[in-house]
Design a protein around this ligand. Sequence first.
Ligand SMILES: *Cc1c(COP(=O)(O)O)cnc(C)c1O
Length: 426
Amino acid sequence: MNIKTKCVQGEYQPGNGDPRVVPIVQSTTYKYSSAGEMGDLFDLKAEGFFYTRLANPTVDWVEKKIAALEGGIAAVMTSSGQSASMYSILNICKAGDHVVSASAIYGGTYNLFNKTIREMGIDFTFLAPGATEEEINAAFKPNTKCVFGETLANPSLDVFDIELYAKCAHAHNVPLIVDNTFATPINCRPFEFGADIVTHSTTKYMDGHACALGGVVVDSGNFTWDKDKYPGLTTPDETYHGVVYTETFGKAAYITKMRTHLMRDIGAMQSPQNAFYTNLGLETLALRMERHCSNAMTIAKFLKAESEKPDGKISWVNYPDIDEGKNGELCKKYLPNGSCGVISFGVKGGKEGAVKFMENLKLAALVVHVADIRTCVLHPATTTHRQLSDAELEKAGVPADLIRMSVGIEDIDDLLDDIKNALANV
Ligand SMILES: *Cc1c(COP(=O)(O)O)cnc(C)c1O
């Protein structure tokens, strides 16, 4: 199956008389006839469902579909993108460890790392876009356990140099984790460029209809876990009768530990109902991404032309697909079929101009969301990124006049009219 077919028909294969559509298994528990059978499940000696905090059939089908789309061996769905990012780190890091991360990442992820996880005793070094191989290598410490980046940064749209970071991570025997939310596996599959773990906020394009919060972590199965560096994976887990994940589960050690350890202890599981919605979104993901990208390209070109007119009201436009610099080069390499539907730009008149423009839009709604079928706009400096200082904003690539427009799948002429009308009112 090609990836576009996998979106529609991947993994769930109904038998005779089974529901055609992935059913919602709205049950927390599963029945067994003997204590022995159930005991084997608890000891990880047998596979099966026993409690929805750990696994559920609906969620399982959707996890398998996402793993197939990314080209990974297995996936764990989570209740939000935030919990996916947190799990991806906590699965292999504990107090005293260190993480190298790109600084151009989602504001929520930056806070999660720099506040909550830092307070747990895990240290971070953040690297700005354009860091050289030498600079990246210099950020590693003996206690570094992983590297983290975002394929297409939300909202700066910096394209992460996956191959370069994978090379540096592997030179230090640590895995590369990539948040692939904005690109989706339709436009980029980070495993093909050397990433080891992929995360998503499924809340964004995967759902795509702004109706279900969720996240996912996908394991490529490619990383070889060093015995001394990752004792959580390579030495006996006494809370599971001494199982050694790398010995018992081989390539699936990381993702199995995430389910049996972090899901068991923290329980940020995606609900079967939300997994069902996520799957409805996945079925049209390939189709929607094409339209998101073509609409965004047309709008980006219009805004660019506007920014080049002496009396135009746009000061700058950022869409990697039309960028002529380094970011454009990275986009062509990692996202040759298009990046995503998100554009950022500045309206002349700074913060005031930006707010006026947004308030005059009629089709594009002002909401705290992106990657929705409905076009929406946001001013990060006064909303999602308002916790960041000016220096941190600059480091995250989010100037104060930046408007983020998430272009939907409406008719392009209607969208252009809406933008023109709003600009006329600035
Ligand atoms: C939204 C987002 C997240 C967080 O996801 P939630 O589902 O909102 O918790 C993480 N990474 C990126 C790139 C995002 O856009």
